[in-house]
Design a protein around this ligand. Sequence first.
Ligand code: GLU
Length: 206
Amino acid sequence: MCSIIGYSGNEIAAPIIVKGLKRMEYRGYDSVGVATESDNAIELKKGIGKVSEVNSKVELDKLPGKIGIGHTRWATHGKVTDLNAHPHPSNSGKIAIVHNGIIENFEELKKQLEEEGYNFKSETDSEIIANLLQKNYEDTKNVKETIMKTVSVIKGHYAFVAMFENGQIAAARFHEPLIVGVGQENIFLSSDVLGFIEYTDNAIYI
Ligand code: GLU
């Protein structure tokens, strides 16, 4: 198990995400990371260890911007390394994702993407989601269509949240938990209501 969280609202995202990840620590993990969007650029920090340890080393909660995603990883594909920690950026750096679960056909998809010139920096199955989204977004220029095209080819079980450089955030789930929290002026996506419990009790189970 691991935890994913996404936030879009009128407050600085990173401290809210770090707090949410801490509340979900009971789910177990080996590494942690956060990415945020600000001024049409994505910034990302991650590393091995507990949320508080990694935060005091790299200041996850100081990332700028009001939109962000966060993750605590329980490694299934690839060693426990800083590079394998989530979020994972796409090759262009214009999209970043956090993923919970397993993509069973990632080797086949990775090979296809490599043939098209994409390269992979981590050993994870998850990184293919970032590059598939990039490919489909470049084709469609539409976030919803991009997500639909992507989930039509990946096999396995997953919940993922994707953040686009233009500040859009989108998510999908299949056999892994993902809950939408609807606040007054903010939206959360989270593996557990604990990720947003102090901000809203208006939860939608997808
Ligand atoms: N399969 C992914 C990985 O190994 C995600 C694992 C998880 O759910 O934390 O990075």
